[in-house]
Ligand binder design. Structure first.
Ligand SMILES: [Mg+2]
Length: 372
């Protein structure tokens, strides 16, 4: 005899999408890209009186994928069946091609469904995912190559002195790795600004060549840098592996991972896998990636979009930290209420018992930035 299980909520009635573009506070660049605005594509999953919110950062065209390719296969489903929805979405995009903005679209919908589940069950995601409202380490991330020395120092002091965050990261590899001396001057300045007790990280965004990265790493090691992100292109797995084997700082990558197979290929080549739930299939994909990392003896670190990762990080023992990324912290504070406080270097998602990930759209503030 089959037991009748009552589930909170009926079906997913509707997937809606909105797009917001927020100008940066100053022009920004890393080693391989420059930008002056950030676009957030917001997916809403509606069931009865409840709405779950998920988002991805990427091209406005992501919204069309959500509306045209994904909404039809998710609408009408049991909102608790996030695995089934993930599978249905993945199958639906076979001929569209999953990597890139399509994976961003799948991720936004998956994240909205998880938030919806939290609301239907009245549970913060940290608890729903098998964790608790426990502190999660964050690191301050920004330090763009476009910053003046003064701007870099004030940002670093804001994180370390005003907020008490003992981990920070700056960008290096300026102009595709052609400005090594300025890179190293900025690293020295960063160390001088934060002192010896703060963990100092660098991110080259794939700007260097292999031997160049090894030479740079020697200087980074001298400045006490312990994290060297994407020293070479993350498409160069053999290069990542060879740099990892040659240098003292942890070599890390993974922010362009759109599916689990990508992380399986990368795991043997890095010291820490970075996974981004807004790209790798939402919380469903992120949790699978964390398990894959664990099987390789690695930590996972949450890339960007800190408020979408915080609860999962509180439920995954091998999550090293969340990236408290300047742009996304700023955008999430502008568009949403319920954002977290990183004072002391941690956030505690779910501490107030708010269901889901705890963020609600602030429609009046957000209206100014809505583009679709
Ligand atoms: Mg990066």
């Amino acid at each position: 005899m089959n037991a009748v299980v009552s589930t909170a909520g009926g079906a997913v009635e509707r997937i809606a999408v909105r797009v917001y573009t927020v100008p940066t506070d100053t022009p920004e660049a890393d080693g391989t890209l420059a930008w002056d605005r950030t676009t957030l594509v917001l997916a809403e999953a509606v069931s009865g009186p409840h709405t779950g919110l998920g988002w991805t950062y990427g091209a406005p065209a992501t919204a069309a994928v959500i509306g045209q390719e994904l909404a039809p296969v998710v609408t009408g489903r049991d909102p608790h069946d996030t695995s089934g929805a993930q599978e249905a979405m993945s199958r639906a995009v076979r001929n569209t091609g999953r990597p890139g903005l399509v994976a961003g679209a799948i991720s936004a919908v998956d994240l909205a469904l998880w938030d919806l589940r939290g609301h239907l069950l009245g549970l913060p995601l940290a608890r729903l995912l098998g964790g608790a409202a426990r502190p999660v380490r964050v690191y301050g991330s920004g330090g763009f190559t476009t910053y003046s020395a003064g701007r870099q120092e004030s940002q670093l002091r804001h994180w370390t002195e005003e907020q008490g965050i003992p981990r920070v990261k700056i960008k290096i590899g300026e102009d595709r790795g052609t400005r090594e001396r300025r890179d190293l001057r900025r690293v020295s300045a960063a160390r001088a600004a934060v002192g010896d007790r703060v963990e100092l990280y660098t991110d080259a965004n794939g700007a260097y060549r292999r031997k160049q990265a090894v030479r740079i790493a020697a200087a980074l090691t001298g400045a006490g840098v312990t994290w060297f992100e994407e020293p070479v292109s993350s498409d160069d797995l053999a290069g990542l592996r060879s740099v990892r084997d040659a240098v003292a700082p942890d070599v890390t990558a993974g922010e362009y991972g759109y599916d689990l197979a990508y992380f399986a290929r990368m795991a043997p080549c890095v010291d820490c896998l970075q996974a981004d739930a807004t790209r790798c299939g939402g919380l469903t994909g992120w949790l699978r990636t964390a398990a894959l990392a664990e099987a390789h003896g690695l930590d996972v670190s949450a890339h960007c979009a800190p408020h979408l990762h915080a609860h999962a990080a509180a439920a995954v023992p091998n999550c090293r930290h969340l990236e408290w990324f300047h742009d996304h912290v700023r955008v999430e504070r502008l568009l949403f209420d319920g954002t977290l406080d990183p004072a002391g270097g941690t956030v505690t998602p779910g501490a107030d018992g708010t269901p889901g990930h705890g963020l609600r759209l602030a429609p009046v503030r957000a209206a100014e930035y809505r583009v679709a």
